[in-house]
Design a binder for this molecule. Sequence first.
Ligand code: ADP
Ligand code: MG
Length: 387
Amino acid sequence: MIALEPLVRRHVERFGVAERAFQAPGRVNLIGEHTDYTGGLVMPAAIDFNTVAVVGPTKGGRSVIHSVDFKKEFEFDASALPEKAKHDWTDYPAGVLWSLKQSGVVTPQFTMTLQGDVPLGAGLSSSASIEVAVALAALALAGKSMALTDVALACKKAENGFVGAQSGIMDQYIACCGVKDHALVIDTRDLGSRAVPLPSDVRLVICNSMVKHSHAGGEYNERRAEVEEGSRALRAANPDIHELRDARLEDLEEARGSMSENAFLRCRHIITENVRVEEAATALAAGDMKRMGELMAEAHASYRDDFAASCPEVDLLVELAAAEPGLIGARLTGGGFGGCTVNLVEAAHAEAFRRDIHSAYLERAGIDAEIYLCQAAAGASELTLAK
Ligand code: ADP
Ligand code: MG
């Protein structure tokens, strides 16, 4: 979690006045991968890593956003926003302002200081975290309010339409609506959700394979295209199917001949994953951690084999975790092609788990992994500035 006071001091030193501050967390997805753009189910938890935006009035008439992490300033005119992505960190705040403007939210000129501790590009959604923190700040500057699910939708629009990553609604939704000590089962078809408790003696241990991905290009969007191909074939075969969420495995088998083998496999992952998320929600609500762990293992195998979204380093992390005492379940989390594994680990074993995985991964893969011990955190909020 970013400490507020030093950040406020930085803002005041640079810009003179700090008025308000907002934070939004990163997230880890326990189960339900690539289901969130096909009306499916996901089960993420917000984590205790976040991005904070401190805002104040303009200094000199224009708007300036200072990124502590990138050590850069982004100066622009808030009444004539940039319309195109520059393919750097400024796309995220600019995209949010661009998206909010389409909902009638226009800010006066302002100053903003941004800092986050969500690892970048690690699959823990630093992108949604910065988007939602900026969105809450922009709404406050504009004197407007918006339901949290609409904030999530506006941020998704920024990521899809401005940044250029075709991600679903999960990341922004959980950044907005996370519940402390709970995971959220989100139905991305109707945007309803329910919180399921995580046992207090279980830790979220996140192992960063240190293999980087970037969602703004490449494989993520390629998978989406394959899923869309399969969905189109299913819709053509059966008018009751509007999106992949409506399809059963039998429907997919019937339509197999009218889609590529890749499209078939990607859709099979998503259809079986939706069933696993339902089951995982039931298992967690009943405190059945053994079943939860089995479902995570099945989800990893499906993500690796049918969706082809894993990589050797991540598979090694999952294999190493399986041999550790106290492990409940382990799988690749996030958009795939690197990034992190999520491990549910009995609290008493969490520290030893971290040590063992770190040294075994170093020995086998030659990579110095970052491993984070997390708790499920609350969603985005305003932070109170000291008087
Ligand atoms: P992920 O969401 O998995 O971390 P993405 O590629 O979707 O990975 O988003 C990462 C990008 O988001 C960073 O490269 C950067 O441009 C932007 N970003 C995230 N956090 C911050 C931050 N604290 N300050 C500036 N930019 C950030
Ligand atoms: Mg992201």
